[in-house]
Design a protein around this ligand. Structure first.
Ligand code: NAP
Length: 463
């Protein structure tokens, strides 16, 4: 088996770089180093850890242009989105640099005069992370920053399709003064390194962002040594447009949330559920805005939609469109493709399908591409039922100007992240994560540091 990974530009199929695959021994050595360094990093005082994290954020911003270009080349997303992701990634470092100083314990009253009870927080230990290709910088920092802030050492395996941005981010952490053994990376096959991580006696926590199927495997494998797990998994976000919604706003925000990263995000709106009285008006506006999106190489000026990451992802998208059309969906926009199998690049034009129903695969399988299916509802209950009819529970969106409808939807949607008249709710200061098969735990906000901490209880007697 090859001992290198070939990183390609998905917009052109050209090879960007060959990088090494770590051998089993090298991965084990890295885990050992992270484990050995843990007590030292855990004892480094919180203000110092905070200062080093702040230095890292500065370095990331100083190198924004280089990181963004590298990200667009290996991932395909438009340059403006890559700039946005680098800033988003840095915002997690900023946030947890502050949280490092706010890891509070507490003292609780005992039930006798001769005792004192103290609750304290301690870092869990060495954390091993596995990240996906669709957000190569931010999915790493929202794990690394709280881990380091809490006093854990950290090791990451970036996705094989997009390892370069992650590697550069780790180099910048070292340049910022964070010790080499406190934050490390390894590269190679997900399955092989995943098994080494879950089998390792040195690793106390696995944190993963990626598909639900791999997440389930990692949870199972972590059970042998009862590791902590945080899982950010797949999604199939519903987007409900109520009868009283501001249709123009809803259409604009749907374009933003659907077509970002060519529809390859876990929180992309994948099922557009519109009240039957306004569906024609909504569809017309949605098509009008989506038509303006420019498709192409993300490095070119004005491009809004880049390529699909690889052939198998492209084929899944085409299958979903074909299945929907066969079962009666109407194509309002798109259903066009620019591909070159020999060169190995695949573009899907923004596609909008109408008259979609629940018999179609696109309503059940996660869509990782720029395809939006529209279906209708009459009563709000029906919309909620459609929205919740999924094993996923990551993000949901709704558009309404009626506060009763809004509160009702908020309370009844089984989703961890909800946008009300808002197509972009993600932020470093808010807890991000899913219900049901979309995951376990939260990243970001106050909640995002808790999974890296153990609670310790001390009872002092005989006073
Ligand atoms: P993926 O196939 O699960 O891969 C993600 C990572 O897992 C990669 O680093 C991959 O390594 C590794 N991997 C693959 N097989 C593995 C195994 N058997 N054991 C351990 N690790 C393994 O997912 P993806 O296609 O890259 O990413 C898209 C998925 O991520 C979607 O389902 C999306 O919804 C989800 N996602 C979720 C969130 C969230 O916050 N909830 C955010 C972004 C993406 P290799 O690259 O070496 O194969």
């Amino acid at each position: 088996m090859a001992n290198t990974i070939t990183v390609k530009n998905p917009a052109t199929g050209e090879v960007i770089k060959e990088i090494k695959k770590f051998s089993q021994e090298e991965v084990e050595t890295a885990l050992r180093k992270g484990f050995d360094y843990f007590p030292k990093w855990a004892k480094t005082n919180a203000h110092k850890r905070s200062e080093l994290l702040n230095n890292w954020a500065v370095k990331v911003r100083e190198n924004k242009a280089e990181l963004a270009k590298m990200m667009t080349m290996e991932n395909g997303k438009p340059l403006k989105e890559s700039y946005g992701e680098v800033e988003y990634a840095a915002s997690y470092i900023d946030w947890y640099a502050e949280e490092a100083k706010r890891i509070y314990g507490r003292m609780i009253p005992a039930n006798t005069e001769t005792k004192r009870i103290i609750i304290s927080k301690q870092p869990v230990g060495l954390v091993a992370a596995i990240t996906p290709w669709n957000f190569p910088a931010a999915m790493m920092t929202r794990k690394a920053a709280p881990a380091l802030a809490a006093g854990c050492t950290f090791i990451v395996k970036p996705a094989s399709e997009t390892p370069l941005t992650g590697i550069r981010m780790i180099e910048l952490a070292h340049e910022a003064g964070i010790p080499k053994d406190a934050i490390q990376y390894v590269t190679g096959s997900g399955k092989e390194i995943g098994d080494l991580f879950t089998d390792s006696k040195y690793v106390r926590k696995i944190t993963f962002t990626g598909s639900t199927s791999v997440g389930k495997q990692l949870i199972k494998n972590s059970a042998n040594t009862v590791k902590h797990v945080t899982m950010e998994l797949g999604g199939h976000a519903p987007l409900i447009v109520a009868k009283d919604a501001d249709v123009e706003l809803a259409a604009k925000e749907t374009v933003t949330t659907k077509f970002r990263n060519a529809g390859q995000t876990c929180v992309c709106a994948n099922r557009v559920i519109v009240h039957e009285d306004i569906v024609d008006e909504f569809a017309e506006k949605f098509v009008q805005f989506a038509k303006q999106l420019k498709i192409g190489n993300g490095l070119d000026k004005g491009v809004d939609i880049g390529p699909i990451i690889n052939k198998s992802s492209y084929e899944k998208i085409v299958d979903q469109i074909t299945d929907a059309k066969k079962k009666g969906a109407d194509v309002l926009l798109g259903d066009q493709f620019d591909t070159d199998e020999e060169k190995d690049y695949y573009f899907v034009h923004p596609t909008i399908l109408n008259n979609v129903n629940e018999d179609m695969d696109i309503m059940h399988e996660e869509t990782f591409g720029p395809v939006a299916p529209i279906t209708v509802f009459k009563e709000l209950d029906e919309a909620v039922k459609l929205a919740n009819n999924s094993p996923y529970g990551l993000a949901a969106y709704f558009f309404t100007n009626d506060y009763r409808t809004g509160i009702y939807l908020h309370e009844h949607l089984e989703y961890g992240i909800i946008g009300w008249n808002d197509g972009g709710p993600s932020a470093a200061h808010a807890p991000f994560g899913g219900m049901k098969e979309s995951g376990l735990g939260r990243e970001g906000g106050l909640e995002g540091i808790e999974p890296y901490l153990e609670t310790k209880y001390l009872s002092i007697g005989n006073l």
